[in-house]
Design a protein around this ligand. Sequence first.
Ligand SMILES: Cc1ncc(C[n+]2csc(CCOP(=O)(O)OP(=O)(O)O)c2C)c(N)n1
Ligand SMILES: [Mg+2]
Length: 564
Amino acid sequence: MLVYDAVAAALADLGVDTVFGVVGSGNFLVTSSLVGRGARFVAARHECGAACMADAWARASGRPGVVSVHQGPGLTNAMTGITEAAKSRTPLLVLAADVSASAVQSNFRIDVAGVVTGVGATAAVLHSPSLAIDDAVRAYVMAAEQRRTVVLAMPLDVQAGECAWPPGGPARPASPAPPALQDRQLKALAGALAGAQRPVFVAGRGARVAGARQALERLADESGALLATSAAAKGLFRGNPWDLDVSGGFASPAAADLISGADLIVAWGCSLGMWTTRHGSLIGRGATVAQVDCDKAAIGAHRRVDIGVVGDAGQVARAVAEMLGGTADGDGAAGPDSAVDEAEPVGYRTRGLGERLAREVRWRDVPYDDNGDADHIDPRTLTIALDDMLPAERTVVIDSGNFMGYPSMFLSVPDQDGFCFTQAYQSIGLGLASAIGAALARPDRLTVAALGDGGALMGISELETAVRLALPMVIVVYNDQAYGAEVHHFGPHGHPLGTVQFPATDIAAIAAGFGCTGVTVRKAEDLGPVREWLAGPRSAPILVDAKVTADRGSWWLEEAFRGH
Ligand SMILES: Cc1ncc(C[n+]2csc(CCOP(=O)(O)OP(=O)(O)O)c2C)c(N)n1
Ligand SMILES: [Mg+2]
């Protein structure tokens, strides 16, 4: 067999059935071979888009994503998306063509391993024709099992070589056993929970990927804990009456008040970074902090913790519940269906609190003064109107910028898979492509892409992809004619803002040019066409160009600037 074909066969064997990419000469054959073996190839218009699509597809589907790129510029174009995936621990395999070892002066030659490791991804290579199948399998398995973003360099001379398909198929490397739970650590956590009066759980990406919701809810019932998540795990406790939603800059005043009043914070697969803790200010003075993470190096990485437990969030929660005397099925005070305020008070779950949460925890229930004018809609009013209009079964995907809190805080999501938050690298311009990946992973849900005008125009080439694929997506552009984040960062200090402000751009017309339905919105009544689109065949995306008010920066951004 030729190596490129054997690599494709090995990957197809491992279950690869969807590949994102941009095809050039170096990855044409391997990509075609994957397609010939039944994989769906999604042609992006820019490699960064391809990487973001695969990243979001992996997040939404729970399966490793695969990207295919041309050597040199194909890979460097993909690097921002690869960096986001690597920092988010997205299992992703990048099939990156590379020049032959002998092509010393090739225009396409770069130090692939240097570029890849420099951004935190893992470099792998097809070493030789005889090793190539094992190299490819190892790269995929490493991405899948260790949740890494692995870039597999595929030199053209190796791809063109010959190899033998192993009888019985390629061997899959054995998975390492997870580390055993340490009794001493579990006891410390159980003791802290038993002694806590106001415990709060903050669950992060690690809890999400561990599928730990039930185990955490039961332990929380047992100990009277309130439940919160990092933004990356938003939706994990949706429907639980003790859910505070997101901890950090996006927390509602009631949620922030309760989190900062905790005497014990337990982070489950959550790094307690500056965003999740508002620079630490949500952790009360004197509160005990515990952190559970299957990666030992993550414990205490962002802040000092009093108790560290190495282990999978679900396993640790079950083991601690057992120590506290509960059954595996839980005998907690209030399951999600119980009448919360009739239950016996336990821990932080005092009488009346359930009612307060139901009344105050959602951002859309927090009163505000609408600052819309004749030509601009208040982004809160816009987002609440969309929240009312859009079906609850949705995947909300967020780009970066000043606007990002509005959709994150005012659009509800059905569960932890309904929110795609690609902010590990804080790049703008990834949101549209990420939304395409999420839409392909979850066609059963309506995908809602929330973008700023800057991020939308940066990633606009993928609008053609969304239209070509006839994706039923709602794309909302919070258009303030500016890099608003920078305007609000530097404006108050009196700096000139000509570098970050732009003339009006008719993004609805641009969208119509791509074949979308384009709608300009200056007031809630302008959203009628969205309602019509929702009732129609949804055969192409709809883009809402919302001319939003921008008289001041968002409150979470003001907070965030303290970290710059
Ligand atoms: C690739 C990249 N370039 C620049 C930045 C710096 N940056 C952060 S937010 C922002 C403005 C984004 O503008 P827009 O998408 O319109 O959102 P807004 O802040 O206006 O709501 C910029 C330029 C970045 N984060 N990523
Ligand atoms: Mg803007």
